[in-house]
Design a protein around this ligand. Structure first.
Ligand code: HEM
Length: 399
């Protein structure tokens, strides 16, 4: 067992190329898949890199998601503010039984019927974005024109945001998600989004419709504060994640023309392509994060109660013990079993929706612009290296 804190590493960064995880992750996975790691505040916890260990911890109730217990392996300016229990409704950072209650209410709203109903709207939304790009002409930033607005508009559909409010909603969320926004602008945007949800909840109470928020409001089990925070959670969890999959996924396909050609030749490969991109890109590249509630032994290492564990999904998704030839993007080999949507109690609630968005948007983009290509050299594409969700900052394209 490892007792020496001196051996603790810091979270590895520095990718050899945009699609390859930091090499240190691979050597750790081989040599010591459960390893001591120092967090930026000086506390020592753990980094876990093998598929079986990451998966088993995600399924283990002795590891907590409670916000006040967590730590983040990269410097984060709002860390102090985070060290308190999650606000009512923010169930992604809660444990049972609180988590169970919210999750049950939300699962009842994420029905197969509702997801099916959204499909044609996702198609229309994508079509509108492509029309706008075509009209404006090349070059365009695919992130701004396509990858970010599609998930944002889909969340508007899901929550039932009126058309007249969508422009404002999109502008505010864009500030919220823009990496270059100043902290005070982000705080102001958070306040505007909160006021926006408060108005929306009032509207749904007065005129309930066939949307998720109306369903939650009329269910009568949640306070306005809980409802507002749930809206905010869905927005944050569903927007940036899907947007980065669309942006980075397009970059990956453009850089792997054989794979793009294979997809064009056989459109039925789209479902597997989406799974393979999720596995290969592992956009949740720093986490998920958990805290041990009691002493637990994993892979011969003793994780003590209170210690924080960063589970590297990107390392797990490239584990050769689980995936054949894991460092190759191959849309023809089965990609199921990846951990990009997490695993266990907190496994992504919106994964079916995210899949429909990707299954719709990628083929429509490549059909509309058969000659789509980068407008700058690939090595000049700026990456989101230190953000909790990996992706491209912008992706200038021509066609
Ligand atoms: C490609 C896109 C997406 C990825 C990669 C992704 C990834 C994840 C992951 C890894 C978790 C688990 C976090 C943890 O265990 O701590 C999660 C949870 C969650 N996701 Fe997603 N997500 C995506 C899209 C969406 C969408 C579209 C929505 C909804 C509109 C959504 C809503 C949620 C919610 C509500 C949770 C919390 C579930 C819980 O705590 O029980 N996600 N997601």
């Amino acid at each position: 067992m490892t007792e020496s804190h001196a051996e603790a590493i810091t979270f590895p960064f520095g990718r050899p190329d945009p699609f390859t995880p930091p090499e240190r992750l691979a050597s750790l996975r081989e040599e010591r898949p459960v390893t001591r790691m120092t967090y930026p505040d000086g506390r020592v916890g753990w980094l876990v890199t093998s598929y079986p260990a990451v998966r088993s911890i995600l399924a283990d109730p002795r590891f907590s998601s409670r916000r006040e217990l967590l730590n983040i392996p990269v410097p984060f300016p709002l860390m102090q503010e985070m060290r308190r229990p999650a606000d009512p409704g923010m169930f992604i950072r809660m444990d049972p039984p609180d988590h169970t209650r919210y999750r049950r209410l939300l699962t009842a709203q994420f029905t197969v019927r509702r997801m099916k109903q959204l499909e044609p709207r996702i198609h229309e939304i994508t079509e509108e974005r492509l029309d706008a790009m075509e009209k404006a002409g090349p070059p365009q930033d695919l992130v701004r024109e396509f990858a970010l607005p599609i998930p944002s508009l889909v969340i508007c559909e899901l929550l039932g945001v009126p058309y007249s409010d969508r422009e404002e909603f999109q502008q505010t969320t864009a500030v919220l998600l823009n990496l270059e926004s100043a902290v005070e602008d982000i705080r102001a945007a958070v306040a505007r989004v909160a006021a926006f949800f408060a108005r929306l909840i009032e509207l749904k109470r007065a005129e309930p419709a066939d949307d998720l928020l109306s369903g939650l409001v009329t269910g009568g089990e949640l306070t306005d504060e809980e409802l507002g925070n749930i809206g905010f959670l869905l927005l944050v969890a569903g927007h940036e994640t899907t947007a980065n999959m669309l942006g980075l996924g397009t970059f990956a396909l453009l850089q792997h023309p054989d794979q793009l050609a294979a997809l064009r030749a056989d459109p039925s490969l789209i479902d597997n392509t989406v799974e393979e991109l999720l596995r290969y890109l592992s956009i949740i590249h720093i986490g998920p994060i958990r805290a041990a509630l009691e002493d637990v032994e994993v892979d011969g290492e003793l994780i003590r109660a209170g210690e924080v564990v960063t589970l590297s999904v990107q390392a797990a998704n490239r584990d050769p013990a689980r995936f054949t030839d894991p460092d190759r993007l191959d849309i023809t080999h089965p990609a199921s079993g990846h951990l990009t949507f997490g695993h266990g109690l907190h496994q992504c609630l919106g994964q079916q929706l995210a899949r429909v968005e990707m299954r719709t948007a990628f083929p429509m983009l490549f059909d509309r612009f058969p000659d789509l290509r980068l407008a700058i050299p690939a090595q000049e594409v700026r990456m989101r290296d230190t953000m909790s969700i990996y992706g491209v900052r912008e992706l200038p394209v021509r066609w």
